[in-house]
Write a protein that binds this ligand. Sequence first.
Ligand SMILES: NC(=O)c1ccc[n+]([C@@H]2O[C@H](COP(=O)([O-])OP(=O)(O)OC[C@H]3O[C@@H](n4cnc5c(N)ncnc54)[C@H](OP(=O)(O)O)[C@@H]3O)[C@@H](O)[C@H]2O)c1
Length: 246
Amino acid sequence: MHSTSSLSPGTTIAIVGAGRLGGVLAPALRAVGFVVLGPLRRDDRVPDADVALLCVPDAAIPAVAFAVRPHVQLVGHVSGATPLTDVDFSIHPLQTFTGRETPEVFRGIGAAVDGRTPEALSVAEKLATALGAHPFRVDDGHRAEYHAAASFASNFVLTVLDAAERLAAPAGVQRAHLAPLVRQTVENWTASGAAAALTGPIVRGDDETVARQRAASAAFADLFDALAAATRDIAHPGTSSEERRA
Ligand SMILES: NC(=O)c1ccc[n+]([C@@H]2O[C@H](COP(=O)([O-])OP(=O)(O)OC[C@H]3O[C@@H](n4cnc5c(N)ncnc54)[C@H](OP(=O)(O)O)[C@@H]3O)[C@@H](O)[C@H]2O)c1
């Protein structure tokens, strides 16, 4: 076995879990020169390796970490939400993976890393850098809010976009028509943040228009109300709903 502190192209890495991320991460690490074993499926024998990287559901991490520990020097996971309790390091690529991506998907993205020791942290950082990602440290005390942020930025965006697609469908407006609006909005937010990017009836104060939208969105009433309230907070920070009505 190699010394993992000098993580090098000859280092052997066992990828455990052949799902959405494991199936993309294994060829990506292979492409940058590591000796990759796997991705290993549930019933595969665990081979000896320098590092095991667990790409399994969060709830499976304790048992899988225990099972691989005798076979490797360092155990890591790729979970954004799970603390380091059962592993030596973590590397969470801040991207969404469906399993169809190519190794280039890691280039230029961020990756949250942490380690129980300086050596383990260094391994996580080197793995991220080798993939072309930019590592940043998120410790266990900040994991929950970090991972919630990732869900807002990806999962909940899809929830909102799905509502938009359904509301637009009766008018004959398709996803492809909405997509440029979504892309430009994300570009504007990327450049200057939500407050500066915000347009539309709420920030203009066109309350009758908002009321008409609300009536038309009956199938999504709870979502509309929650989003409208949060949008008013961005448009008019520091003012209560009573003050805004006055
Ligand atoms: N997908 C993403 O966008 C993304 C992004 C960043 C980080 N992650 C992290 O990646 C990890 C995996 O997520 P995922 O989206 O790839 O999940 P996934 O598609 O559900 O894949 C999980 C894989 O783990 C396998 N597995 C479960 N228990 C196992 C065991 N005991 N031994 C070996 N394999 C086992 C599952 O096999 P079975 O099908 O047989 O159950 C499945 O192939 C999670 O920690 C997640 O937070 C995912």
